[in-house]
Write a protein that binds this ligand. Structure first.
Ligand code: EPU
Length: 436
């Protein structure tokens, strides 16, 4: 899309590859930017109130460009930070918005569905195309729609669009079947404007959901229970207008974990800044059991790996468990660890699309239902592989750090959807990664 070229000249575009020359130990400091899975929702939340918002610590990733395009389609002005500046992303929301989110933008990323709640809260109606995003099996939105129905919303899906309407949002009791991140966030953004009190039980507890709660509360919302499984939202009616705010996005724990997994494969010593160790406590405990030395230094994480790590068993779970997004990265990590390890996937049944490519690199991986069993190899070998989605693409790049020779990861544009200059940051740690 032209917007990607215009807004983000440094990003990887379709057809580009990353070439990793390994093996190379890592050494140095890497700064992690704001979380993709927070900033996209904060951008959606701006639709709740007219005015100018400034969002800092925004990652330079293509999904931010897509959300900017979506907000522009609705009538907002969006200014992305200049390529060479640390300035904020600025969103100007007009007095009237057009509550229609068209296919073409929406079907390119999952977080696009998050405009549904704010549009309903602001306009009482919304027409939103069904979202796209990474393909790891069915990704329904039934919990979003069932929860909205509890707030009085009537919705039907016709020709790939959700048509939703509500006379007046009213608070209600919602119990989610599963702590869905996206459903929790959509419901939060609708409930802040509902008449009366909404309680969301079995809500998602991810730090990115808490970041959204903080953003909404700064706007004037009244949300209690942030970070817990029960969120209570006292609706703010139109006489107590919500207002635009400035906010800095929470650090990206998944990107931070990517650098720790890279270290586990490549060995060396790194400091990861810009992320809260508490947001990665379970993962860091496991990495420590495997032999990685990890310590908190103020707002930074220092990690050191001097030899081959021991294998381990992981299980993906909603926060505070080990995130499903880490699965490909952990499979890559275990491919070079000592012994037999496993990763059990409990969220997305079909998150396996990178396994054949890791096998091409010499990894010994067996899939048994939703378990992946990995027998570690001392060294992987270079190969030509293809990024199927954001995290799996990053996993193939870090696997390349532990492989002898030149690994080419094609379709690198998937990686650029969620990683702010992965190649440049790995190079700053001493890796040899180039674009072609
Ligand atoms: N689910 C339903 N119905 C729904 C919603 C979800 O059955 O209405 C199921 C999903 O199919 C899945 C589980 O519930 O099995 C959890 O899905 P969730 O709604 O939590 O995921 P999401 O909001 O679509 C976000 C992240 C994903 C991350 C998941 C889980 C964004 C934009 N995406 O997706 O991140 O894997 O939560 O933590 O926030 C990524 O960053 O690479 C990525 C894919």
């Amino acid at each position: 899309m032209s917007l990607l070229v215009a807004d983000a000249p440094e990003l990887d575009l379709p057809g580009r590859s990353l070439v990793v020359r390994g093996p190379s130990p890592l050494d140095g400091t890497v700064e992690v930017s704001g979380a993709k899975n927070s900033v996209l929702k904060l951008m959606a939340a701006t639709l709740l109130a007219e005015g100018t918002y400034r969002i800092a610590n925004v990652p330079r990733i293509t999904d931010v460009g897509l959300m900017a395009e979506l907000l522009r389609a609705v009538g907002c002005k969006v200014e992305l930070p200049a390529a060479d500046s640390d300035g904020p992303l600025v969103v100007e929301v007009p007095a009237e918005i057009e509550p229609v989110a068209p296919q073409g933008v929406v079907d390119q990323f999952r977080a696009s569905i998050e405009v549904l709640g704010p549009m309903l809260a602001r306009c009482g109606e919304a027409v939103v195309a069904l979202p796209g995003g990474d393909d790891f099996g069915p990704r329904p939105i039934d919990m979003h729609l069932q929860g909205l129905a509890r707030l009085g919303v009537e919705a039907e899906t016709v020709d790939g669009y959700v048509h939703a309407r509500v006379q007046e949002l009213r608070g209600g009791a919602i119990r989610l079947d599963f702590p869905s991140v996206g459903a929790t966030e959509n419901l939060l953004m609708a409930a802040v404007r509902a008449k009366g009190t909404t309680v969301i039980d079995n809500a998602a507890r991810e730090p990115e959901v808490s970041d959204l709660c903080e953003f909404l509360n700064k706007m004037g919302a009244r949300i209690e229970g942030s970070g817990s499984s029960t969120l209570t939202i006292k609706g703010v009616d139109h006489t107590e207008a919500l207002r635009p705010v400035d906010h800095s996005v929470v650090g990206d724990r998944i990107v931070a974990a990517t650098y720790l997994a890279a270290l586990g494969i490549a060995t060396g010593e790194i400091v990861v800044t810009g992320v809260d160790l508490d947001h990665m406590a379970v993962l860091c405990g496991k990495l420590s059991d495997m032999g990685m030395e990890i310590s908190a230094e103020g707002e930074s994480i220092r990690a050191c790996v001097s030899g081959r790590l021991s294998s381990a068993k992981f299980s993906t779970l909603p926060y505070p468990g080990v995130a499903t997004d880490l699965k490909p990265l952990l499979v890559a990590l275990l491919s070079t660890a000592d012994g037999v390890g496993s990763v059990t996937e409990n969220l997305f049944a079909e998150r396996f699309r990178y396994v054949d490519d890791l096998r091409l690199m010499g990894a010994d991986i067996r899939i048994d239902s939703h378990h992946v069993v990995i027998e570690g190899r001392e060294r992987l070998s270079a190969a030509k592989v293809k990024a199927p989605d954001i995290r799996a693409g990053a996993a193939l790049v870090i696997a390349g750090l532990g492989a002898q020779g030149e690994t080419t990861v094609s379709d690198a544009h998937h990686i650029a959807r969620g990683y702010d200059d992965l190649a440049g940051k790995l190079n700053s740690l001493g890796a040899d990664v180039s674009r072609c």
